[in-house]
Design a binder for this molecule. Structure first.
Ligand code: SD4
Length: 326
């Protein structure tokens, strides 16, 4: 039995069939000869992905690179106080502190990230500086803050009145019982494929609201919250980060695509690995993936995950297919 067939048989969602998928073997930077209209494209999680995609697409249409596009894109919800799970205006941890996680990865495999960062509105830009200006991949906590300040990022109070009021409400019971899809799941993960056919990704979040102080999720972990391999594709995650970290979801999904899975099949298998071993009924996780052709896939545990797609001149919000059939 071929490896490909074993992979299909082993998956919970193995009924996807026994089709044989062509291996993706494009050289870096080369336009995909099979798809002339697949890129540029931008895809991102949740409805705040619509304005984020627009900002990213603006960069791409001017001939800009995917890495510039993903940074420009996710900076939009980072600065928007109405996006209450990202950057400024994000809901705090249980002690009232807004703590941010972010990562970024380019088409050469270079990457940077920050975790448990406070007081900086644009953690994605700090992550990019970590990538470009340090020999490291990840800076955390006080060290990440010092690095940001040293690099000219202003120190700001990120807790808005609206977020403070929500936290004060929560404090009355102090029950940590996240409501699926309502309180907790608006991380932005964004993937872009530029006019050269190169892929980059970014992921940024204030993490699970009312989390323990010091908790870091999947979003800044390269391979968990986001991963790009320019020979194959990219993936990003949203939802309960612990489940994504336990399965190294984004790396897994990119590797499945390398073995021949379509982005959709790979996302379904990524969710399958979670529901196999974890108490998935209480948590939402969603994945987005793209390949070099500009094809995409999306899958979540529960309904109500949606994503924004900007491709072929149109911008839309799409409901993801999901695992739980009620
Ligand atoms: C985390 N994955 O910190 C993030 C939470 C989130 O959409 O909001 N995801 O676990």
């Amino acid at each position: 039995m071929s490896n490909r067939r074993k992979f299909i048989k082993g998956g919970i969602l193995g009924a996807v069939g026994a089709a044989i998928f062509p291996k993706i073997a494009l050289s870096e930077g080369k336009k995909n000869p099979h798809s002339t209209n697949g890129f540029p494209m931008v895809i991102s999680t949740w409805s705040h992905g619509i304005p984020a995609n627009e900002a990213a697409m603006k960069v791409l249409l001017k001939g800009g690179s995917a890495i510039d596009a993903v940074e420009a894109g996710v900076r939009v919800p980072e600065a928007d106080p109405e996006s209450m799970s990202v950057g400024y205006g994000g809901l705090p941890d249980r002690d009232g502190h807004v703590t941010l996680d972010a990562c970024i990865m380019d088409h050469t495999g270079n990457c940077g990230s920050v975790s448990f960062l406070q007081h900086i509105k644009h953690p994605i830009s700090v992550a990019r500086k970590v990538m470009e200006k340090t020999p490291h991949v990840m800076l955390s906590g006080a060290g990440a803050l010092k690095f940001a300040l040293d690099n000219g990022f202003p120190k700001e109070d990120l807790l808005t009145d609206k977020a403070r009021k929500r936290w004060e409400e929560w404090l009355k019971d102090s029950q940590y019982k996240p409501i699926i899809n309502v309180e907790n799941h608006d991380t932005i993960g964004l993937l872009a494929l530029d006019q050269n056919g190169d892929i980059s990704g970014a992921c940024t979040t204030s993490g699970l609201s009312y989390k323990m102080h010091g908790r870091v999720g999947d979003s800044p972990i390269i391979g968990a919250g986001m991963f790009v391999d320019n020979e194959v594709g990219g993936c990003c995650a949203t939802g309960v980060g612990e489940a994504v970290m336990k399965t190294l979801g984004s790396f897994l999904i990119v590797e499945l695509m390398r073995q021949g899975a379509s982005p959709q099949e790979a996302c379904e298998e990524g969710i399958a690995r979670i529901v196999k071993n974890q108490n998935y009924r209480d948590m939402q996780i969603g994945y987005l993936a793209i390949n070099k052709q500009g094809e995409h896939g999306a899958y979540s545990v529960h309904p109500w995950f949606n994503y924004a797609l900007h491709q072929g001149g149109s911008s839309e919000l799409i409901d993801s297919p999901f695992y739980i059939q009620k």
